[in-house]
Write a protein that binds this ligand. Sequence first.
Ligand code: ADP
Ligand code: MG
Length: 369
Amino acid sequence: MLGMLGGGQLGRFFVISAQKMGYQVTVLDPDKNSPAGKIANLHLCANYNDIGALKKIIQSCLAITTEFENIPATTLKFLEKDLIVRPSSDPVSIVQNRIFEKSFLKDNNFPVGPFVIISNIKAIDLVTDEMYPAILKIAQFGYDGKGQAYINNQKELISAFENFGNKPCVLEKKLVLDLEISVVLARGHDGSKINFPVVENQHVSGILDISIVPARVNKDLCNEAIRYAELVASKLNYIGVIAVEFFVSKGRIYVNEVAPRPHNSGHYTIDACDFNQFDLQVLTLTGNAIKSPVLKSNAVMVNLLGDRWFKNNQLNQPNFDLFKNVPNETLHIYGKNEARSGRKMGHFTLTGDNLNILLARAEEIKTLL
Ligand code: ADP
Ligand code: MG
């Protein structure tokens, strides 16, 4: 029995991988309708700091992992006294807080864009005019562009900071992006590392829209991204699957952020590789050997947000029939009870040789849906 903290779609794909390998999975998630909880062998429907539930996990599980970075580090600390927890509380507590994360990256000489830590309203006085335009990001609990505000001047900065309840934030200079890329990497307990091919990511309103594999960037930039991702993992003493997001701006690479888990931009691995990012999450958790994946074909992955479930404000399921019996065009639906605007409901992946054809077909499917 393996444990999974969190019951979203990432947890659900982990359950599928683990069960395929013969493991059972206990999922802890307070939502009784969580996508992973629905297919787990056991769903503990309780809060992440529920001592009774955590004790049950310690008694029954061989090891535990997580699917989202906002798991309280105290929960991981409690579990790791008696159980294998991968990733452990130390790296998770760094990357779940943008202030700690940015400071870690800067202190270790990773390339990061200009940023200022805004712990309180006074810190705003120290922000120079070169920082604008900028993005204010709340230090904790932001995701998919939530907890972020675009800022053009000091006046807007003050009001955005107050809007965020004066909570600690990071102010980042808005970079002019050539494109965004990411690397999903696994690091074993013996320090061995393997990575999936570098992905190119296109976002809409701060949410991932399309991933393209392989990324259309030169080999040197790809290698640089992989090297930085490896370094992030080893400097964090990380065991498990980790994802590193990068900006490419004026030909230079910058680390954007780190996710202590498999990543939306790695979903293409399910259909385009000989094994996927969730398989590796199981293998690193159980201490099994890891080997390099093979990319069987190029791929384009498109996210399906809840907005597609509505037409003229009426609930209207997209036309998924078009995926029936079509090889190389695969639909994944996460089993969420309710569609909401901006909510990730599923994705589809197209595989094939020619990226231009795949991208054109992706646009066509979006319209047909
Ligand atoms: P999240 O946790 O929501 O993924 P990110 O920091 O990755 O937060 O921001 C989401 C997206 O917003 C990025 O992928 C990028 O498209 C855009 N973005 C964020 N920070 C910057 C920046 N400093 N300059 C330019 N674009 C940015
Ligand atoms: Mg991001």
